[in-house]
Design a protein around this ligand. Structure first.
Ligand code: GDP
Ligand code: ADP
Length: 221
């Protein structure tokens, strides 16, 4: 019998380590990490009205309207019906959660609770490789060569929405939007608090291992 396909969500405020933890889960369990933010950034390049609209929201650190992100995510999930789903940053509102519940029953929701000051410090030191979405941090995981992506050698950039004023807006908005989502999923919610991903990771690894077999040992993330 085919093993059950994982339907998991990782939530947390900007800078909480969603992308970092999802990449570790993807590598350790042999599945793909689906980031709503990355899909949006990739959609901007296509031009068109939707891309221009989304750009305005992203740059200001505002949530993109539910109907825009839901349509985008449903299309991406439709392509992956026969694959594990590890969703990073979606759903982020009750409306999005209800849309997702309309097409699947989630197995687990992981919530990363990281102190406000830690989030701000992390985002000020975040550098990304736009094409791949790979994430670096001058303090936590610097690139082998300063300023360039480890795999392609292409330049790293800081995201427009990681500027302090945009970060403040994102952090302010996150809590209100996320509260009803956590409430909806309280029966399958696993919250992890702390200031270091490396300390949270073993618990996340153990939790996922209870759902699907790992392909790498915990320490080889
Ligand atoms: N100092 C530090 N930085 C971290 C830690 N975990 C992740 N980061 C960095 O913090 C930034 C935000 O992490 P990211 O995974 O992008 O968070 P997301 O916005 O929730 O997806 C990135 O630059 C990461 O490299 C940690 O434990 N300590
Ligand atoms: N589920 C979502 N609903 C609405 N907007 C979203 C969603 N996911 C991402 N976005 C938009 O994309 C931006 C970047 O998201 P993401 O890459 O997850 O960054 P972060 O984890 O740092 O918030 C968000 O600030 C928001 O503007």
């Amino acid at each position: 019998m085919a093993s059950k396909l994982l339907r998991a969500v990782v939530l947390g405020p900007p800078g909480s380590g969603k992308g970092t933890v999802c990449e570790r889960i993807a590598r350790s369990f042999g599945l793909q990490h689906l980031s709503s933010g990355q899909f949006l950034r990739e959609s901007l390049g296509g031009g068109g009205e939707a891309g221009a609209l989304a750009q305005q929201y992203l740059e200001r650190g505002l949530l993109v309207p539910d109907h825009v992100i839901t349509r985008l995510m449903m299309a991406e999930l439709e392509k992956r019906r026969e694959q594990h789903w590890l969703l990073d940053g979606f759903p982020r509102t009750l409306g999005q959660a209800k849309a997702l519940d309309g097409i699947c029953q989630l197995d687990l929701v992981i919530s990363l609770n990281i102190p406000f000051e830690t989030l701000k410090d992390r985002l000020s030191a975040r550098w990304v490789h736009p094409a791949s979405g790979r994430v670096y941090n001058m303090d936590f995981n610097p690139p082998h060569t300063q300023g360039v992506d480890d795999l392609t050698g292409e330049p790293l950039v800081q995201r427009e929405d990681d500027r302090p004023e945009a970060v403040a807006a994102r952090l302010r908005k996150y809590k209100d939007a996320a509260k009803p989502v956590m409430e909806l999923y309280k029966g399958i919610l696993h919250s992890f608090s702390g200031t270091e991903t490396n300390k949270i990771w073993p618990y996340v690894y153990t939790l996922l291992s209870s759902r699907i077999p790992p392909v790498l040992p915990e320490e080889e993330h």
